[in-house]
Design a protein around this ligand. Structure first.
Ligand code: G3P
Length: 301
């Protein structure tokens, strides 16, 4: 599995690169805004992005801001021309740029993906929330597809009336297994009073419970990624899946177990991956047990 770092902070990119564990970088306008704001005008946006591209050991995803295929294609070419001399650039195109259901632009992302990919520019199809969207991105020729795992977990929890910041925190692990068991037991209870399969099939309560704790059959962000990988493998698509919107180390483990091509991780998630209580305890014990004779082994002659 390749690891990208999901940040626009150059220091974070440099540090993670010095640990030898990152293969690329993903950014978005929000991450770049936060990083540039912190520098309060000390550096131009263009120079800053060039620095990011130079610091990265692999492709850097940069997002367009247009919403029509033409705008996105022109911007994608510009990003490529401006920054690929300093490194490798992938152009991030939203799978569907419509914000309020404007039907006329819903397929503009796909058109831009097709055009830029045809010109040999690597495209990262972003904001993917369904396997169906991922299938379309691959058909249009995207080099990468980025499903947003954490946001799907948020969405499922919000469907259950849970609020981020109040009922759960952004980095909390989403236990879809527990949720599934809770739902199954409720469904079993609701079925008790129903005698025929037809009654069960038609029961409003059963249908309501079935729909809870999932998004149109997707049980979690990790489940979304599993299904996309299954589809890509079934047809031999060469599009690589970037597990995005990853919020905690356990999610990283789960997507790694799926054999996802790439996971893009915030710096703090990477930091969390190195820690374990027993590792620190083990270190303390080893350090306590160092006898002078052993210490002498490390004296330079
Ligand atoms: O990789 C996409 C990422 O930047 C969004 O993450 O945690 O804001 O959903 P998040």
């Amino acid at each position: 599995m390749k690891i990208f770092i999901d940040t626009a902070e150059i220091e974070e990119i440099r540090q993670a690169a010095s640990w030898g564990i990152i293969d690329g970088v993903t950014t978005n306008p929000s991450l770049i805004k936060a990083a540039v704001d912190r520098r309060r005008g000390e550096i131009s946006m263009e120079d800053y992005v060039r620095e990011i591209v130079k610091a990265s050991p692999g492709p850097v995803s940069l997002e367009v801001i247009g919403r029509t295929a033409e705008e996105m294609t022109v911007q994608g070419r510009l990003l490529h021309e401006k920054f690929s001399p300093s490194g490798e650039v992938a152009v991030k195109i939203p799978i569907n740029p419509s914000m309020n259901g404007e039907e006329e632009i819903e397929f503009e992302g796909l058109k831009a993906i097709r055009q830029l990919s045809g010109e040999g520019i690597r495209v990262n199809a972003t904001l993917i929330m369904t396997p169906e969207q991922a299938l379309l991105a691959a058909k249009a020729g995207a080099a990468y597809a980025s499903p947003f795992a954490g946001r799907i977990d948020d969405y499922i929890r919000s469907g259950l009336g849970m609020r981020r910041g109040a009922d759960f925190q952004k980095g909390d692990y989403f236990d879809h297994d527990l949720l599934g068991r809770a739902r199954d037991s409720k469904i079993k209870e609701a079925m008790k009073d129903l005698s025929s399969i037809r009654e069960i099939y038609q029961s409003e309560t059963v249908n309501m419970l079935m729909a809870q704790g999932q998004d149109n059959g997707i049980r979690s962000g990790v489940d979304l990624i599993a299904r996309i990988l299954r589809i890509y493998r079934a047809y031999g698509f060469r599009t690589e899946v970037i597990a995005a919107s990853i919020r905690n180390p356990r999610q990283v483990r789960e997507v790694a177990e799926l054999g996802v091509h790439i996971a893009t991780l915030p710096f703090e998630v990477i930091r969390g991956m190195i820690r374990h209580y027993k590792t620190a305890e083990g270190m303390r014990r080893f350090m306590e047990d160092i006898v002078p004779q052993y210490q002498a082994l490390f004296k330079e002659r």
